[in-house]
Design a protein around this ligand. Structure first.
Ligand SMILES: C[S@@+](CC[C@H](N)C(=O)[O-])C[C@H]1O[C@@H](n2cnc3c(N)ncnc32)[C@H](O)[C@@H]1O
Length: 299
């Protein structure tokens, strides 16, 4: 049922729809609630992108912006018993969830968790790691090249840096008139959004720029992929759980919506109104496409 899962329904704890999508530090789409739904729906794609990054047995991996440790199981399996993971995130709540997640895992003693920021010097000596993995987090950083240089500093010479992030240039949502879809795409956040200090920067179009950022930072042998995830009915439970939250957010709650005309805003509100005959998620020709990009380079 939409009402149970929907963003409009809150979380049953009386919190506002937006707050359940925000991390404790106030970033949109960085809460554990959101991460779990998005991650479950995207698991196959995320796993394929991590596999493209070519982690090696024995690697000491820095998972930068690790969130609630969504990638830890996969990374631990790839690096094996001789590998290690250091997870860094700025959000203490997400780190606490990560700690809980690994509490009964066989690899738990090979994971270290630490609070830290992608926008400040990392608390590690030069060349500490074999590999830096950064998924879904660089989008929040206004100075991505500086952050990538910092990633390079903490990997050893010959070590690798991999960033996986959102690419919404390829976003589709429908059925809706072309003009409305183009306007919605044009409104996607890609920079400073509001005056709100907590969620004032996000770039949903970062994916196609990762290669340029890697070049500017001085990484070598850069390669990358761009993949799309297409959602059409019938939905799996995981897909529905994600779409119930994502589609209303994208259509009525994302930071760029304020730039649309009043008529466009009303039209989008109607398309995500469960009582409307045009409710998007009930349409047999519903489609949602989101893109995800990966870049890998060598120091
Ligand atoms: C969308 S989640 C992605 C988490 C995880 N890497 C994944 O792929 O599922 C983004 C994470 O980046 C973290 N984050 C955002 N800005 C950050 C910053 N400046 N420094 C450190 N972590 C940051 C958030 O707290 C959140 O846990």
């Amino acid at each position: 049922m939409v009402a149970e899962h929907g963003v409009g329904g809150g979380n049953g704890r009386g919190e506002s729809p937006r707050s359940i999508l925000q991390s404790d530090s106030g970033l949109d789409l960085a809460s554990d609630f959101w991460m779990h739904r998005h991650f479950r729906a995207m698991a196959a794609l995320y796993n394929s992108l991590l596999n493209e990054a070519n982690l090696l047995p024995g690697d000491h991996v820095l998972d930068l912006g690790c969130g609630s440790g969504t990638h830890f199981d996969w990374i631990a399996a790839l690096v094996g018993d001789d590998g290690q993971i250091t997870g860094v995130d700025s959000d203490p709540d997400n780190l606490a969830q990560a700690r809980e997640r690994i509490a009964d895992k066989p690899y738990r003693d090979r994971v270290m968790l630490q609070e830290g920021s992608l926008t400040e010097p990392l608390p590690f000596a030069d060349g500490t790691f074999d590999f830096v993995w950064c998924a879904g987090s660089l989008q929040y950083v206004p100075t991505p090249v500086e952050t990538i240089r910092e990633m390079m500093r903490v990997v050893r010479p010959g070590g690798r840096v991999a960033v996986q992030d959102v690419e919404m240039t390829s976003m589709l949502l429908g059925p809706m008139p072309d003009e409305l879809l183009i306007a919605l795409k044009g409104s996607l956040p890609r920079g400073y959004t509001s005056g709100d200090e907590h969620h004032d920067y996000v770039d949903w179009l970062i994916g196609h720029k990762l290669r340029s950022y890697f070049v500017a930072a001085g990484l070598r042998e850069i390669r990358g992929v761009l993949r799309t995830r297409v959602y059409t009915p019938p939905f799996t439970e995981d897909e529905r759980g994600f779409l119930d939250v994502a589609v209303p957010y994208l259509s009525t709650g994302s930071p760029g919506i304020q730039d649309l005309s009043y008529r466009q805003v009303l039209e989008l509100q109607r398309l995500v109104d469960e009582n409307s005959p045009d409710y998007l998620l009930d349409q047999p020709d519903f489609i949602f496409v989101e893109g995800r990009s990966l870049a890998v380079g060598i120091r």
